[in-house]
Every structure is written in C-alpha cells, then in structure tokens.
Design a protein around this ligand. Structure first.
Ligand code: CUA
Length: 177
C-alpha cells in the first residue's frame, strides 16, 4: 500500500495529539494528586448528629490531635453554620501538618469549601466527607457553604485559622491510635 508523505505527516501529527491527550489525562489523575471525594468516610445517622448522640467525634466537634503530625477536625454543618468554623469559633489548625477534615450534616445538604485551596466537598446528611490536606501558608482562610441549603444559605460561612506550627497550642484531648 502506498501512503503519500503528506498523509504520513498528518497521521503522525494525529498520533502525537492522541498520545498527548492520554499523557495529560494520566498526569491529571495520577501525577497532580487529584483525588475525588468518595464514600470512604462512611455513613452516619443525621438524627444522631443533630442530638449529639453518634458516639463519634461529631458529638463534640472540633480539632482532635492524633499525633504531632496529624490532626482530625470534626465539623458539623447545619442551617446555617459550621460547628466549629462559623461566628467567633474559627477552626484553628497548625501549618505544615496533615489535617483531616471530617464533615457531616445535621439537616440538609450543605457545601464545605475552603478558599484559596482545593478543599471542596458536598456535605450530605447521612454521609461523612473525609478530606486530608496540608497548609503550607499560615493565615486566615475563608470557609464557604456552596450548596443552597435554605433561606440563610448566603450567610453560611466561617473561617479557618492556620497557625505556624511552632506557635500552635493544642488544648483538646490527646488521642492515641
Ligand atoms: Cu449551608 Cu448553603
């Protein structure tokens, strides 16, 4: 079979494009560390969340120290606040430390998004959203509910204070695991 040289050039260019697309998709999924929020956080009874009777960290939500390099933050989203996070109760965590946010809802669907980061999940009643992150830059970050959850949705927000690791004071209970 005779393939004209002009046609060969186009075949080569098309092949290069396909390989390029596969490479970018592969990089986007594996290389850049992009991970979808999945159901690995498990299920929870939203009624028990509301009454503080889950037998988990959601009954007294806040920051729980696992060890020097890992903290877990339990957050309950409800109409129309994050506990902790909203009002004069910001989430305080150390910088340069692995932090796992465990977020659930006591009523309807909410959103949990921390500005200037890629931390962003829906908060579905009955489900626990698990997101692990590390903040390189100390500072105050905004916390936003980005799912319409009722009349006060537009006012549902809060803040996350990331403190330099050396200045962070933890005054909760220690958890060994
Ligand atoms: Cu909570 Cu919108």
């Amino acid at each position: 079979m005779q393939v004209h040289s002009f046609e060969k050039v186009w075949l080569g260019a098309a092949l290069l494009l396909i390989v390029g697309f596969i490479a970018t998709v592969t990089y986007g999924t594996a290389g850049a560390g992009v991970k979808m929020v999945d159901d690995s956080g498990g299920e929870i009874d939203p009624e028990a969340v509301k009454s503080g009777d889950t037998g988990t960290g959601f009954d007294d939500p806040g920051v729980v120290r696992q060890n020097d390099s890992h903290y877990v933050v339990y957050v309950v989203a409800q109409q129309f606040q994050f506990v902790p996070g909203s009002g004069d109760n910001p989430i305080r965590i150390p910088a340069d430390t692995r932090v796992t946010f465990r977020v659930t809802s006591a009523d309807v669907m909410h959103g949990f998004s921390i500005t200037e980061t890629n931390i962003n999940t829906m908060v579905i009643p009955g489900q626990v959203a698990d997101i692990t992150a590390k903040f390189d830059e100390p500072g105050t970050y905004g916390l936003v509910c980005h799912e319409y959850c009722g009349a006060g949705h537009h006012a549902m927000g809060g803040s996350v204070e990331v403190v330099p690791k050396s200045e962070y004071e933890y005054n909760g209970t220690e958890v060994q695991n």
